[in-house]
Design a protein around this ligand. Sequence first.
Ligand SMILES: NC(=O)c1ccc[n+]([C@@H]2O[C@H](COP(=O)([O-])OP(=O)(O)OC[C@H]3O[C@@H](n4cnc5c(N)ncnc54)[C@H](OP(=O)(O)O)[C@@H]3O)[C@@H](O)[C@H]2O)c1
Length: 281
Amino acid sequence: MTILVTGATGQLGRLIVKSLLERGADPQSIVAGARDVAKASDLGVRTARLDYTEPATIAAALEGVDSVLLISSSEVGKRAAQHQAVIDAAVAAGVQKFVYTSAPKATTSDLVLAPEHKATEELIAASGLPAVILRNNWYTENYAADLARAAETGVLAAGVGDGRVASASRKDFADAAAVVLLEDGHAGEVYELGGDVAWDYNDLASAIAEVSGREVAYVPVSFDEQLAALQAAGLDEGTAGFVAALDAGIRDGALADTDGTLSRLIGRPTTPLVEGLRAVA
Ligand SMILES: NC(=O)c1ccc[n+]([C@@H]2O[C@H](COP(=O)([O-])OP(=O)(O)OC[C@H]3O[C@@H](n4cnc5c(N)ncnc54)[C@H](OP(=O)(O)O)[C@@H]3O)[C@@H](O)[C@H]2O)c1
């Protein structure tokens, strides 16, 4: 069985390749798809140039491949079209298992990031590919900048109100992807994957305090206050609005649910918040 991992040079992709190898996969059975193959040369597996914007590279990378992991692209706003190119090529290549990294409750969520994931899930369903959807909650690593800022100022300001986040470390999500790729079955499943604990921003402030060794207070701000602060910090209006909308989604519960599916899949508890933060400190 040959497995193609797209975006293999990204932070999640690297961990997934590593996790496949840790689980005993033959390095020759893994193809790291990368738009710059030189960046994949240290992964210890086969490599193939694969750029979502160049369909010929996708078709070539898929030669002899049975299973594909499409890691959602990082080019927000262009993703549905890029993902469509991979889905079309996978259909043409007769892929047996198609795995996609999506977002929590992608088809019903109001989260500002959800529409591209919803569109992709719909394209996958329409394609008829035997598919597994991994709806990944937030990476704990997303809080590296908050950690650094709060460690300096003692303040964690956010527009999330009492919203909760069931984050987990990238390694946890990577292990789940490897399990789903290597085990038989899973086709047809939509897995909502989150950490074992859905924490709120008071918990996050305490965790940052524990990691940084200084007191940190969570200061809730309104949407407008956050927008103004982000623009004052130099973000353009569109980016500031996007970030504030993400927080509003968290406030409304978009990332709050967790049912233990991730820890069940990986056969261990997910990485606790403090531990995940300590790793990026
Ligand atoms: N759940 C979360 O909290 C969260 C947070 C951030 C992002 N995400 C999503 O999860 C994905 C993986 O996360 P990550 O941390 O690994 O992100 P990342 O480190 O930014 O990696 C993104 C990967 O996508 C590749 N890529 C981007 N555009 C491409 C194109 N046109 N053709 C081929 N490959 C392309 C990048 O290639 P290069 O190595 O050449 O740049 C990179 O390998 C992200 O892309 C994003 O969709 C989720």
